[in-house]
Design a protein around this ligand. Structure first.
Ligand SMILES: Cc1cc2nc3c(=O)[nH]c(=O)nc-3n(C[C@H](O)[C@H](O)[C@H](O)COP(=O)(O)OP(=O)(O)OC[C@H]3O[C@@H](n4cnc5c(N)ncnc54)[C@H](O)[C@@H]3O)c2cc1C
Length: 443
């Protein structure tokens, strides 16, 4: 049995089915996909959750291709940083740590003092796990952290640079920071793209996974079933939901850390205690559609940028905007005559900023877009999607915490955990955690 039909749970279910097991999948909401979700704005179907996946990690594109989905890549449009009152080019960085200081200086993202500080490099060997913020500040100064690392980490984790673990989030940075030359080779022009998506939207991945599962004999996907408790019976499990009890020989919990902690509290109390320590950030995405021929719309928005990031130090409401129409050819084609884009709001510890009506999130987004790009025309449609507790926080010590969780769960034969809380929050890492969980379970 699998609890949770996000991308991790669906992948785990498919791996179990491939190994010849009957599988029952119980999902609390009325649909599969978790954070991969379609929404409609001005009649155009777009992602209102995750929209891309790392292409360099194979698990996401391999799964999508195996399901017959067409892979697409972002256009050549590049991101900007909205800071110091202008949209500035994003220089080459490793999650905000600058790989080219001349490019950084030319971007105007840092003050003259910030640039002096960044150039005054201090090479240090980090001791143990430290935060990304501490690590980058120790080499390049705090302004690099405030204006580059924070917005980039904010995009992935909605987290704070001074809490996120460098070893868990960016192991390559830990290696590189201790070297005299902080540099990576510039990728050749024909290098494979870094990111990918599914043509028509990432939401198509769980939809295809679910369709594949439903085609298999012995597999059942049930929606609207919240699992509330799990207990041991003989060598198997009894799983309790409002609809009644179910029994299972093998149990995979593909749920976020907080519900997982509640479900394993009797089976693996040490894991439950560790899971409770994993924080989650809430975010909201506002998807907006503008009519391309409305006054000033194209001039303000269609500027060759894929969007922009906003450093928290600048105290704006939004933390980023993705110009979906410019980033994805399929969005531009689907939204004929429209420019569809989205803004994101919310960081860990700033839940209060989201505790306002949807209209206020739209208004705040429009005000920031106007200030950043000059757009004044009203959108023809706006859709707000909230992701309460959407993103796990990989704080300093996360790797050791996950090791302790796995050790505790290993004492319960037949039980496995997978999902975004463990080995990476991105889609490929989440899929990888499901493959790993099933391989361990069946070993
Ligand atoms: C706004 C946003 C944007 C993102 N953008 C990207 C991106 O562009 N690229 C990328 O790689 N990653 C992105 N991510 C991260 C990525 O989407 C997620 O980490 C990943 O999809 C999580 O998958 P999952 O299966 O682990 O969990 P989830 O998607 O959270 O699925 C867990 C499922 O378990 C169900 N559930 C919970 N409790 C119970 C219960 N008691 N009983 C039954 N069911 C239960 C939930 O309803 C849910 O369907 C984004 C995340 C968010 C929030």
């Amino acid at each position: 049995m699998v609890v949770g039909a996000g991308v991790a749970g669906l992948t785990a279910a498919r791996d179990l089915a491939e190994a010849g097991h009957d599988v029952l999948i119980l999902e609390a909401t009325d649909r599969s996909g978790g954070k991969l979700r379609a929404g409609e704005v001005a009649g155009v179907t777009v992602d209102v959750g995750a929209e891309a996946m790392l292409h360099r990690r194979p698990e996401g594109t391999a799964l999508a291709t195996g399901l017959g989905l067409p892979i697409t890549h972002p256009t050549a449009a590049t991101s900007r940083v909205w800071t110091r009152d202008a949209l500035r080019p994003l220089p080459r960085t490793l999650m905000g740590a600058p790989l080219d200081l001349d490019q950084l200086e030319a971007s105007g993202i840092l003050s003259a003092e910030g640039i002096r500080d960044a150039r005054h490099q201090r090479v240090q060997q980090p001791h143990g796990d430290v935060s990304v913020g501490e690590l980058v500040a120790s080499r390049f100064g705090s302004e690099v952290v405030d204006r580059l690392v924070e917005p980039l980490l904010g995009g992935v984790y909605a987290g704070q640079a001074h809490r996120i673990s460098a070893r868990s989030a960016i192991p390559q940075l830990v290696d590189l920071i201790a070297r005299p030359e902080f540099t990576l080779p510039t990728p050749p022009a024909d290098a494979p793209p870094v990111f990918a998506s599914v043509d028509g939207g990432m939401w198509r991945l769980p939809a295809a996974l679910e369709a594949d599962l439903r085609d298999r004999p012995g597999v059942e996907v049930r929606h609207g079933v919240t699992v509330t408790a799990v207990r041991r019976t003989g060598s198997g499990f009894v799983v309790t939901a409002a609809s009644g009890d179910e029994t299972a020989d093998l149990l995979v919990l593909a749920t976020p850390a907080a519900p997982t902690a509640r479900l394993v509290v009797d089976l693996a109390p040490a894991a439950a205690e560790e899971l409770r320590q994993i924080g989650y950030a809430s975010v909201a995405l506002v998807t907006l559609a503008f009519r391309a021929d409305d006054s000033g719309v194209t001039e303000s928005l269609d500027i060759g940028a894929s969007g922009f990031l906003v450093p928290p130090v600048d105290d704006r409401a939004i933390k980023a905007s993705t110009f979906s129409f410019a980033k994805w050819d399929w969005v531009r084609a689907a939204g004929e005559g429209l420019l569809v884009l989205r803004t994101s709001l919310g960081r860990f510890g700033e839940e209060a900023t989201l505790q306002v009506p949807d209209e206020d999130l739209v208004k705040a987004s429009l005000a920031d877009l106007a200030a950043a790009t000059g757009i004044t025309a009203p959108p023809v449609d706006a859709v707000v999607q909230r992701w309460g507790g959407g993103l796990p926080q990989y704080w300093v010590g996360h790797l050791e915490r996950v090791t302790r969780i796995r050790a505790s769960v290993a004492e319960v034969p037949g039980l496995a955990l997978c999902g975004a809380a463990y080995d990476g929050v991105g889609i490929p890492a989440t899929i990888g955690s499901a493959h790993r969980a099933i391989a361990d379970l069946l070993a």
